[in-house]
Design a protein around this ligand. Structure first.
Ligand code: SF4
Ligand code: SF4
Length: 108
């Protein structure tokens, strides 16, 4: 979601990713100004980005696989750093959810 100019060789990069972080729950902050039709409320009452039936955020440009509201994207999305440990974990979980769950259990 945050794209450094020069990615390290072999590192995760948004340009070669299926925007899997855009499948996560994005909790909106008071400073976010997102059009109502792109947001909803979780069962817990949290104001969140809406997701489609495919699991991706409805603000995703599904042709280019990048954020369709990049300039005004939520705070949580701005803080999500490409190639960070969380980015790598989300990618690993998406590409191999069974292995990722085993890793989670081993770490517990
Ligand atoms: S998961 Fe990481 S590499 Fe993929 S789009 Fe999100 S920030 Fe970029
Ligand atoms: S608002 Fe943009 S960056 Fe954030 S989850 Fe949706 S598509 Fe991804």
């Amino acid at each position: 979601m945050t794209v450094p100019a020069r990615p390290a060789k072999g590192a995760a990069h948004c340009s070669a990713c299926e925007a899997v972080c855009c499948r996560l729950t994005v909790i909106l902050q008071p400073e976010d100004h997102i059009p109502d039709h792109l947001t909803t409320y979780s069962p817990e009452g949290l104001h969140v980005m809406k997701r489609g039936e495919d699991g991706w955020c409805v603000a995703l440009n599904s042709v280019r696989m990048n954020c369709g509201i990049y300039e005004s994207r939520p705070t949580v999305c701005r803080r999500f750093v490409m190639n960070s440990p969380y980015c790598k974990a989300v990618r690993a979980e998406y590409s191999d959810p069974v292995a990722a769950s085993v890793r989670h259990e081993s770490a517990a």
